[in-house]
Ligand binder design. Structure first.
Ligand code: P6P
Length: 338
């Protein structure tokens, strides 16, 4: 049987590909892996712990009801990253402003992390896969706690990005700009092992993921794309199949492996789209481009968007290259950017 490579071995083995200080990012990625294992333990027994299911009674900065596991995951990732010396601050979906790390060695940390500690948490109580999404940048400020401007970098400046999916198995998938690799947790020993080396998305796919309940509010270009997906045309494998879990990490992960497109366009309720740029669209876009796919807002690269606020949202068209290109062509034709 082929020797399994652990996440730790892989990180060290590949760190020479990384253009910055070798050990720092390695330790940072290992810390994320540790926090993921801790969160995984709680997610997996959530159904048994009456005090961990359900709402915490608060609302996050998005005005969304906070689940107890949301708050727990947020605290665990902050704990894992704050006292390590590599990270000088966080931007979290669960917190309004920058979480500045002020301890002695953290203020000299060279990295900042934008994170959605537990995305899709409305699915927790119904046992549907959820996930953690993270995006890592080098700081732009000189020293001291992280600043707001440290996070106002285009997605092209990310040095690493990834997600954890807490599903039928728990996986950590990440990139440092040299391809995408997936690691599966062996819960019996609490370690991640390389299970999906060099993940690439097929140029074409048969799956489209979108909440069609919002159809009446979609831009005409999206409506035209849905019609295209649903037309009978054997040579182009249509009609496609609709698959929408409502948990972006799960929809993203399935499409990455099988091919497909995930679209969250503008709607009346979400005039700028629903997905957040810093800790959802940008990390997904980095991963998707590294896997040979595309990620756009319907018109241009997600990674080229200049952020102006921590929690800004963006429309997201992401997945197989030829599917995204088709959707973009219909957006250009029917819903040109004003
Ligand atoms: P809707 C979860 O809140 C999330 O941000 C993504 O994980 C998911 O894809 C999307 O929202 C679901 O949104 O409006 O279709 O319920």
């Amino acid at each position: 049987m082929e020797k399994l490579m652990s996440l730790g071995e892989f990180i060290v083995d590949k760190q020479d590909d990384f253009k910055y200080a070798k050990g720092e990012l390695s330790r940072l990625l290992s810390a994320i892996g540790l926090a993921a294992r801790v969160v995984n333990r709680e997610v997996n027994k959530a159904g048994l712990m009456k005090d961990i299911l359900g709402d915490v009674g608060g609302k996050n900065v998005q005005g969304e009801t906070q689940k107890k596991l949301d708050v727990y995951a947020d605290e665990e990732f902050i704990r894992a990253l704050k006292d390590r010396g590599e990270v000088c601050g966080l931007a979290s979906e669960e917190k309004e402003g920058v979480i500045e790390f002020k301890s002695g060695y953290a203020v000299d940390g060279q990295y900042v992390v934008a994170i959605d500690p537990l995305d899709g948490s409305s699915n927790i109580d119904v046992n549907v896969s959820i996930g953690t999404i993270f995006s890592i940048y080098r700081r732009t400020s000189e020293s001291g706690p992280a600043t707001f401007d440290d996070f106002m970098q285009k997605g092209t400046e990310q040095v690493a990005a990834g997600y954890v999916i807490y599903g039928s198995s728990t996986m950590l998938v990440y990139t440092t700009g040299n391809g995408v690799n997936g690691f599966t947790l062996d819960p019996s020993i609490g370690a991640f092992f390389l299970s999906h080396p060099d993940m690439t998305i097929p140029k074409d796919g048969k799956i489209y993921s979108i909440n069609e309940g919002n159809y009446v509010h979609f831009p005409t270009g999206v409506k035209q794309y849905l019609k295209y997906c649903q037309v009978e045309d054997a040579p182009t494998n249509r009609p496609y199949t609709s698959r929408y879990i409502g948990s972006a990490v799960a929809d993203f992960h399935r499409n990455l492996i099988k091919g497909g497109i995930y679209i969250y366009p503008t709607t009346t309720a979400s005039p700028n789209g629903k997905l957040r740029l810093l800790y959802e669209a940008n990390p997904f876009a980095f991963l998707m481009e590294q896997a040979g796919g595309l990620a756009t807002d319907g018109f241009g690269r997600i990674l080229e968007i200049q952020p102006t606020s921590l929690h800004q949202r963006t429309p997201l068209f992401i997945g197989s290259e030829n599917m995204v290109k088709k959707a973009m062509s219909l957006m250009e034709e029917h819903s040109p950017r004003s």
